[in-house]
Design a protein around this ligand. Structure first.
Ligand SMILES: C[S@@+](CC[C@H](N)C(=O)[O-])C[C@H]1O[C@@H](n2cnc3c(N)ncnc32)[C@H](O)[C@@H]1O
Length: 289
């Protein structure tokens, strides 16, 4: 498996593509489209809870949804299954191709999903077009994330909902130490992490400033983890996720990290674990001024 908390649960965040003309590291999901669902699938109970939350909105008469950054459809598919018509937009055509393949096996849903390659900061939809807008694990990938939030609010009608689906993670002390040491090891050889901005609280505060009647509900919680031995075994499998590092830099990072582990007091059977709480923050779009 993978090395630390992000790597256990969220390894895709670590793939950095940095165009020469940009100072901020960027993340492309193109190469991850085929493995994303294996690495990031939600537990069945969480999918069921999401479905029920979306079904409650359908029962209120909300029918259309826009999801910028929809990826492979982890969120869009439960929304479709609950009865929504969904516009699934993403900047990565390969991620959307995976969604399309998944929908091919779900003929009862495919007719209600519009798949659009596009940028969340410039949505190709008119004002007030949707009843609901959803953003899940995407704002931190967008430097102009406030613009993406404003764009989503623009395309959701007044009285409609904007939802942030957040996976709030709590790491055990052992995993937190492991994660920090791994970051230090790869950053010391030149890896540039994506800034985790906005964090969940900042995103919720930004939604609160733009909408009314903000609510927050925890839909499901689950644990994740592996032992130190399993995490060490998985280090090599992480290599493709650090393709901006040379082989020498990678080898240096791994050996300094292994040195850290041997001196850390974390023996091979120590669990590196944590919990995730799937949380939905929801605001109502106010009347336009
Ligand atoms: C971590 S995945 C989350 C996918 C989906 N929302 C989910 O929760 O399963 C982030 C997705 O956002 C997409 N993305 C990143 N920047 C984007 C942008 N500016 N506009 C649209 N999509 C973007 C990526 O291509 C990727 O598919």
């Amino acid at each position: 498996m993978l090395a630390g908390a992000e790597h256990v649960r969220d390894c895709v965040r670590l793939v950095v593509r940095m165009p020469a003309d940009e100072s901020r590291p960027r993340l492309s999901f193109d190469r991850l489209a085929e493995t994303f669902d294996d690495q990031r699938s939600l537990p069945p109970a969480a999918v069921g809870a999401l479905h029920d939350a979306f079904a409650a909105l359908v029962d209120e008469g909300l029918a259309t949804m826009c999801e910028p950054g929809a990826g492979t459809g982890r969120i869009a598919i439960p929304a479709l299954a609950a009865g929504f018509e969904v516009a699934a937009l993403d900047i990565s055509a390969p991620m959307l191709a995976t969604l399309r393949h998944r929908l091919d096996t779900l003929p009862e849903l495919v007719g209600r999903c519009e798949i659009v390659v596009g940028d969340a900061t410039s949505l190709p939809f008119g004002d007030d077009r949707f009843d609901v807008g959803v953003l899940a694990q995407v704002l931190y990938l967008i430097p102009a994330w406030q613009l993406a939030l404003d764009e989503l609010i623009r395309v959701v009608r007044p009285g409609g909902r904007v939802l942030l689906v957040q996976e709030r993670t709590h790491m055990s002390p052992a995993l937190a130490a492991w994660d920090a040491a791994w970051r230090e090891a790869v950053e010391s050889v030149g890896h540039r992490p994506i800034p985790q901005e906005p964090d969940d609280a900042t995103a919720a505060a930004a939604l609160s400033e733009r909408t009314i009647a903000l609510t927050e509900s925890a839909l499901a919680s689950w644990t994740f983890g592996q032992t130190v031995a399993e995490a060490l075994d998985g280090l090599d499998r992480m290599r493709p996720l650090f393709d901006t590092l040379s082989d020498d830099a990678w080898a240096t990072a791994v050996s300094s990290f292994r040195r850290w582990q041997r001196g850390s007091g974390l023996s091979l059977d120590v669990p590196l674990d944590g919990t995730v709480t799937l949380t939905v923050v929801s605001g109502i779009v106010p009347p336009r001024r």
